[in-house]
Design a protein around this ligand. Structure first.
Ligand SMILES: Nc1ncnc2c1ncn2[C@@H]1O[C@H](COP(=O)(O)OP(=O)(O)OP(=O)(O)O)[C@@H](O)[C@H]1O
Length: 600
């Protein structure tokens, strides 16, 4: 069977260039796109020169399946990202993107959807729950009731053939979930919730076996027939996938080598003297030509890029673009299109908090570990300092030791907080830039859902066990002061960890960065160094210490010797300082979350 002689086996609607669809979808045009990047050479080196990764590319993509192909590094994903408005606009040197003759604004985000290459889904939720999460946040409540959203989710599950795994969890590194193909379908479903007429997909078949890839592309083909313009980058598709394409763009080093009907590409290269051997996959044949592994029988001095520029296909695109798009030097926005949300702040907060609670309940290892760790250390400190004596010198020495132990436990017991914003960073960036929820909603829900079960409850358990085992003041108010002080000390450490977590994207960096303030807290806590003997210019560090004081007679003597103020204000000023640390670090964490780069 000769794969390169394709026409007899093409679907009926593809024998001419038009795509038979019930409703026409949007037409996307891009003109003279020049996109550059600067490679970061590190802080000490000179600013790197700009490198062109897209060089004046133009094209028109209409309803149907529009494939972007090319060798690795040819600029497929970059082109897809630029036309989808996902690439950092600061790299745009020239060009414009229009959808249905209009410049791209935030409305494009509402009518379009982007399926990323690595499926970014909440692994502890089922397929149905993930789809419902998308429906709840991305469909306006005025137009869709809860029942409507459920129905929409059900329809998508049916359309995507996900009925059998609708209630199966997506899966995490610890939990086996749905298959790769089902995961990809679910990712596509998350975007189809808003019924976008323009769908972008970054390498939808990468990592899938050939049958699953086939079925995903069959699904996209079916969708395109209902009036959607589907644009995707793809590596080397098998023939049964290639034959579904309506339009093909071939890129080589950021330049166009071919852009036209997919079923005319063989003929185009045949006319240039390239012969596709029998049984060769056309997609492989094109990549061989681009990579110079197939020679032409028609000698020419021109490169493939120049030959394309001289071709009838390029002339047609240029003519259509000059007629429709107007002058090519329209202003380029450096900001990108702004996002708007279809749901209110409080509704988003409810939905996002609910998902985080579900995630926590289904993935409770960290919470259990935190509680068990706190109980273990509470019993340990309780046993070591069991019913502390009230006479000197044991009373003083034991209290100093006990409080040092408590502070260390509060600070270092919260190291796990550095993972808070790191392990879901990709999910947050994807959903936030996809218009699911505001940054403030994510920040608040993450903080509440982490603080209560993982920080506050374990500390209360810890305080109750340790306090009464150590035999400190029996008055309940004294216990409350003890718990409050420990909680604030712990929250100050946690908020520092949140700040680090929102600032860096790797655990290794987070661990290095968090060690520094924690060591400072330990050293300047007043237990390891006498504040009276400290250098004056260093003494302000005591305000970033995690401090602890106990109002007993022996304690007062000790505090006096240490140069600590043991008046009522002396007691509360430490709490105010801790509250200050918490508020400043939390605010900075939020600012850092907002500053995370959303561009690709
Ligand atoms: N933000 C960036 N910073 C630096 N270089 C970049 C950036 N984005 C893209 N590039 C470079 O641009 C070139 C094209 O990248 P792109 O990801 O578009 O290629 P691709 O054809 O999709 O490749 P692949 O098939 O391997 O994904 C590559 O050399 C890549 O390293």
């Amino acid at each position: 069977m000769d794969m390169c002689k394709m026409d007899p086996r093409l679907p009926k609607e593809r024998r001419d260039d038009r795509v038979s669809v019930t409703v026409p979808g949007p037409t996307l045009m891009f003109q003279n796109i020049r996109y550059v990047v600067r490679e970061n050479r590190g802080p000490c080196r000179k600013k790197a020169p700009e490198r062109d990764i897209l060089k004046n590319v133009s094209g028109i993509m209409k309803t149907g399946l529009n494939a972007i192909m090319g060798a690795t590094g040819s600029g497929k994903t970059s082109l897809l990202d630029v036309i989808a408005g996902r690439k950092d606009p600061r790299g745009m040197r020239s060009g414009q993107v229009l959808v249905d003759n209009k410049f791209v604004t935030h409305e494009l985000h509402l009518m379009s959807a982007y399926v990323v290459q690595d499926d970014i889904l909440m692994g502890t939720l089922s397929v149905r729950e993930n789809l419902l999460f998308s429906a709840n946040l991305r469909l306006p409540r005025q137009q869709y009731s809860a029942a409507d959203k459920e129905k929409k989710v059900m329809n998508i599950i049916q359309d995507l053939g996900l009925e059998d795994c609708a209630n199966t969890k997506i899966g995490t590194e610890f939990l086996r979930g749905v298959s790769g193909g089902e995961r990809k379908r679910c990712s596509i479903g998350m975007e189809l919730i808003t019924s976008p007429s323009l769908l972008f997909l970054d390498e939808p078949t990468t990592g899938l076996d050939s049958n699953t890839a086939n079925s995903i592309m069959g699904l996209l083909h079916k969708l395109s027939r209902s009036g959607k313009t589907i644009i995707f980058s793809i590596h080397q598709p098998r023939y049964s996938i290639f034959r579904l394409f309506d339009h093909l763009t071939l890129l080589h080093k950021g330049e166009m080598v071919y852009a036209g009907p997919a079923n005319k590409a063989i003929q185009y290269f045949h006319d240039l003297g390239y012969e596709c051997e029998a049984f060769n996959n056309p997609a492989d044949f094109f990549l061989d030509i681009i990579n110079g592994e197939t020679s032409t029988s028609v000698p020419t001095d021109k490169s493939l890029v120049e030959l394309y520029r001289d071709s009838q296909y390029c002339a047609e695109v240029t003519e259509e673009l000059t007629q429709i798009a107007g002058p090519a030097d329209s202003p380029i926005s450096k900001k990108g299109a702004s996002l708007s949300y279809v749901t209110s702040f409080f509704y988003q907060l409810k939905i996002v908090c609910w998902r985080m609670v579900l995630n926590l309940v289904r993935n409770p290892q960290t919470s259990y570990a935190q509680i068990v760790l706190n109980m273990f250390f509470a019993v340990l400190v309780g046993l070591i300092y069991f019913q502390m004596p009230h006479n000197l010198p044991e009373a003083l020495q034991n209290r100093t030791g006990a409080f040092f132990f408590l502070v260390i436990n509060m600070v270092f017991g919260n190291l796990s907080a550095v993972e808070l914003f790191i392990n879901e960073r990709a999910l947050f960036v994807h959903e936030n830039s996809g218009g699911y929820y505001r940054t403030s909603v994510y920040f608040l829900s993450k903080v509440f859902v982490d603080l209560i079960p993982n920080r506050i409850i374990p500390i209360l358990i810890f305080s109750a066990i340790a306090y009464y085992m150590m035999g400190l003041k029996p008055a309940f108010t004294a216990f409350l002061c003890f718990s409050l002080t420990l909680s604030l000390a712990s929250l100050a450490a946690v908020s520092l960890a949140f700040l680090v977590s929102a600032t860096v994207s790797s655990f290794a960096m987070a661990n290095v960065l968090i060690a520094v303030p924690f060591v400072f807290m330990m050293v300047f806590g007043g237990f390891l160094v006498n504040l009276n003997s400290m250098l004056n210019w260093l003494s302000w560090f005591k305000w970033i210490r995690v401090n602890f004081k106990e109002e007993r007679l022996t304690g007062e003597m000790y505090l006096k010797a240490q140069g600590m103020d043991y008046s009522a204000w002396g007691f509360w000023q430490n709490h105010v300082a801790l509250l200050g640390i918490i508020l400043v670090c939390m605010t900075l964490s939020y600012i850092q979350l907002r500053r995370i780069n959303r561009w690709k």
